[in-house]
Design a protein around this ligand. Structure first.
Ligand code: G3I
Length: 439
């Protein structure tokens, strides 16, 4: 089984690389990646130019609709079953497994050359009646058996599993969500991950949740701490799924890229797993562009899936949150998504002559650390530095730096192209990320 997608075999669409189209993205850890504008004519082709996938949720009941399958086949190369692999669908009676609809989706995906995300093995919701009524060690064992059986059935066919879904509370508590699974003991999540790893060692194992897109939210921090703890203790986890269901009450946060880069800095992939953004026209198109650009700016953000094909297929149909209208026409949001996928990391339309910035860690003290930044490619530049949650600027040298937290902006002050900053950690010891543009 292939765990990562290779870029599309044909790069004929790659336009001539000129300095004018070069932008540079520098990621935590100081790895510089330079992207050139490329021209993919579908979402999957455009995403593949940077080695990423572009996916959608599919409902088995719509596989007979040829408008639906034509769009899905043309545009997407990663498929998630919207409901068909959930616990109530796959184990309707205890120890009686039903894979009919899940298999239909996997078979459609694989026969069309697509990969599959598995959704989801352990969740407080959409439990069959028999499981809802269980508790304690009987429930723990039933949950682990479910994880083992379903992951074994699909072994070798799943790119990534949402092993555990939505285990944290909304709001400011940062606590686990109360559920029958949580009441079996706080270690139920890691137990599920260990069972999934044993059943399908080649699938990437993800923790998936919503309202975890804003870096300042307690729920985001709680998931971050879970992942950090798992990585520290060797609990198998490979990825974090940001569902990314956005609307007026829950807009695309300004610090979305910080959330993605912060998770990535823990050593896991980030996948945007259920993207939909309510709205219409230019505003919606702009929000999709922002999401794509945030993902493309982080090398470990490896793919984006939208939660349905046409607006009318959506769980939030009245909010028209998807990329195709009910007739299957491409919306403005489709075009902005495609353009952003084709435009590389920053999406700046024409940055003039390009520049690159590398970030490297320097001196460190208990409460702060230094970061050295080196710009190449131009003597005029603007560097955007994204600090990680909580960090604040203490000092800077050899550049004019504005801002104190969140996004800092650096411009030349006559001292050349190498400059530095000191950041107070305030509890966060991760490196900032930086991007360079020529104003
Ligand atoms: O299939 C039955 C149909 O036979 C019946 O006539 C109809 C009328 O009630 O219901 C149909 O089942 C519905 C199913 O969607 C298929 O449309 C269920 O009632 C309904 O609860 C179910 O909703 C799904 C929801 O998860 C359940 O939690 C949505 O389709 C699905 O998009 C949504 O997906 C979730 C992710 O799994 C996790 N993240 C959030 C996301 C959105 O809520």
């Amino acid at each position: 089984m292939t765990r990562t997608l290779t870029p599309s075999p044909s790069r004929r669409g790659l336009r001539a690389i000129s300095l004018a189209t070069l932008t540079a993205v520098v990621l935590a850890g100081g790895v510089a990646a330079t992207t050139a504008q490329a021209a993919g004519s579908t979402l999957q082709a455009a995403a593949a130019e940077s080695g990423r996938y572009f996916g959608t949720a599919i409902a088995a009941g719509r596989l007979n609709d040829s408008v639906y399958t034509t769009i899905a086949n043309r545009e997407f190369n990663m498929i998630t079953a919207e409901n068909e692999m959930k616990i109530d669908a796959t184990e309707p009676n205890q120890n009686q497994f039903n894979y009919t609809n899940g298999d239909r989706i996997v078979s459609w995906a694989r026969s069309n050359g697509k990969q599959v995300r598995g959704h989801t093995l352990a969740w407080h919701s959409q439990q069959p009646g028999w499981m809802q009524n269980m508790s304690g060690s009987a429930l723990r064992n039933a949950m682990l058996n479910h994880v083992t059986q379903v992951a074994t059935h699909y072994r070798g066919q799943i790119h990534s599993w949402d092993v555990v879904n939505e285990a944290f509370q909304d709001g400011s508590s940062g606590a686990r969500r109360d559920s029958n699974l949580q009441r079996t003991g706080n270690d139920w999540i890691e137990a599920a991950f260990r069972a999934a790893r044993a059943a399908d060692p080649n699938a990437k194992l993800c923790y998936n949740d919503y309202n975890t897109d804003d870096w300042s939210h307690a729920k985001t921090q709680a998931v971050y701490n879970l992942v950090r703890d798992f990585k520290a203790r060797g609990v198998p986890i490979d990825c974090v799924g940001l569902q990314s269901h956005f609307n007026a009450q829950s807009p695309v946060p300004s610090n979305y890229q910080t959330t993605i880069s912060s998770f990535a800095a823990l050593g896991v992939d980030v996948q945007i797993t259920e993207l939909d953004i309510e709205g219409s026209g230019t505003a919606q198109a702009d929000n999709y562009r922002r999401v794509v650009q945030a993902c493309l700016a982080v090398s470990r953000c490896t793919g984006i899936s939208v939660w349905g094909v046409r607006d009318t297929d959506s769980w939030r149909a009245s909010g028209t949150p998807l990329l195709f209208d009910g007739s299957g026409n491409k919306k403005a949001a489709y075009t902005s998504t495609l353009n952003a996928l084709n435009g590389g990391g920053t999406g700046n339309p024409d940055p003039g002559t390009g520049c690159t910035v590398t970030v490297s860690r320097a001196n460190e003290w208990s409460d702060r650390f230094n970061v050295s930044l080196a710009v190449s490619g131009s003597s005029t530049w603007r560097v955007s530095i994204q600090t990680q949650g909580g960090q604040t600027l203490q000092n800077s040298w050899n550049a004019t730096v504005s801002g104190t937290s969140g996004t800092l902006t650096a411009t030349p002050n006559g001292s050349g192209n190498n400059f530095g900053i000191t950041l107070y950690k305030n509890g966060n010891n991760n490196n900032p990320t930086a991007t360079c543009t020529v104003p």
